[in-house]
Design a protein around this ligand. Structure first.
Ligand code: ZN
Length: 84
């Protein structure tokens, strides 16, 4: 019947059993403005892909190419060719 708001104020001081019944709850609904302002940082950006100088596949810069195993003009790791 009663709303939970203010129940903690009615509980007698020093009574642990009374305080266990009420859990902390937000006092107000957050506004759409506040929700949307929080989400201004949520957008994901596409990774910056560059063409591999050896095999021209799209790769991440400053990483070994996962397609041919090259980095800085030499083979770092042998990559097995996938047989289709
Ligand atoms: Zn490559």
């Amino acid at each position: 019947m009663n709303t939970r708001r203010g129940d903690h104020l009615a509980a007698p001081a020093g009574s642990d059993s009374e305080t266990e019944k009420t859990m902390p709850l937000p006092k107000r609904k957050h506004s759409k403005c506040r929700r949307d302002k929080r989400r201004t940082h949520d957008a994901l950006s596409a990774p910056n892909l560059i063409p591999c100088p050896n095999c021209a596949e799209k790769i991440l810069p400053h990483r070994m190419c996962p397609h041919c195993g090259y980095y800085k003009g030499r083979v770092i790791k042998e990559v097995e060719e996938k047989k289709a």
